[in-house]
Design a protein. Structure first.
Length: 317
């Protein structure tokens, strides 16, 4: 089976999700080839004329042009973000430029025998849009390697600070006057006094705090429907999760499991952050949830079984 995705980092969500899946499939005797699609407009244009051929292929999106690089008799889809929703909320120029990729993306989804989404909201969206079943297998984390021996009494934010959509102002306003240290980690964090990028598996060395922070824009359907990778990693580290953004999947994950606090409005940020700092058992609950429900190896095993079951039943018929 060919597995196609696009990633600039070996620790990005698509790379981790697909490489763990590949390993689970290989352990069950499936011959797997991984294809990391270049994030380049030129390469995308080339893909329209030269494709990688396979009997069976799974593509992971976004970006939406990944399936354009492959030609397979049998297609399977992995949807981490609802790219069509993201495009609909973009500016006119981006929507115009993305029209052709969107058409190919939707065509590939319709051709796919199995579609797997990372959240219930994404699955429901595509069930309604395409009219076929969509399975849910969330992103996970690595609780064996992301483990804290002792958490310091402070807060941590792990993010790509180069992201223009990262809304830091509400957080910086909320922490004014608090005698609680805030550690910033990730590319571009140096501009805010942070420590810069850190290897993914080095997070237990630097990110073992009381509270892990996830700032998201307060508007946007895409943010309502998705859960960022760092939420699961914070859980593995045993952090109480404080997040802000629109109501949706991330809020439900945090509140229904009692693993943190969530603000849906800018004027709630400080109140909810203080609430999270007082939640002494939330980090323990988060760690337990990571081990029992969101272990990436176990989720990949479940994913592999789903694909093999479908492949086997199709071959018998």
């Amino acid at each position: 089976m060919l597995i196609a995705y696009s990633s600039r980092s070996t620790f990005s969500p698509p790379h981790l999700r697909m490489t763990y899946l590949a390993k689970a499939l290989e352990e069950k005797g499936v011959d797997v080839k991984l294809l990391n699609v270049p994030q380049s407009r030129l390469q995308y244009i080339k893909s329209l004329f030269k494709k990688v051929k396979a009997e069976e292929a799974l593509f992971s999106v976004p970006p939406a042009y990944v399936p354009s690089f492959i030609k397979a008799k049998r297609l399977f889809a992995d949807v981490r973000d609802p790219w069509d929703v993201y495009l609909s909320e973009s500016g006119k120029l981006k929507r115009a430029l993305g029209t052709f990729a969107l058409r190919n993306y939707m065509k590939s989804l319709n051709k796919s025998e199995v579609i797997v989404a990372t959240t219930k909201s994404i699955a429901e969206h595509y069930r309604n849009l395409i009219g076929k079943g969509v399975e849910v297998i969330p992103n996970g984390t690595d609780p064996k390697r992301l483990r804290c021996e002792k958490n310091f009494e402070g807060m941590v934010l792990v993010a790509d600070f180069r992201n223009p959509y990262l809304p830091l102002e509400p957080l910086f306003e909320a922490v004014k006057g608090l005698e609680v240290p805030l550690r910033l980690i990730g590319p571009g964090s140096e501009a805010y006094g942070g420590m810069g990028p850190v290897n993914y598996y080095d997070l237990p060395r630097v990110a073992c705090a009381r509270v892990g922070i996830i700032p998201r824009p307060f508007k946007g359907k895409t943010y309502q429907m998705t859960i960022p990778q760092k939420a699961y990693d914070y859980m593995a580290l045993g952090l109480c999760i404080f997040a802000y953004g629109p109501p949706g999947e991330l809020q439900r994950l945090i509140e229904e499991n009692g693993i943190g606090a969530y603000a849906t409005k800018p004027n709630e940020v400080k109140e909810k952050l203080l609430e999270c700092l007082e939640m002494r058992e939330a980090g323990l609950k988060a760690r337990e949830l990571a081990e029992k429900v969101y272990d990436r190896e176990k989720l990949s095993e479940e994913y592999a079984k789903l694909l093999l079951l479908h492949l086997a039943s199709s071959r018998r018929s």
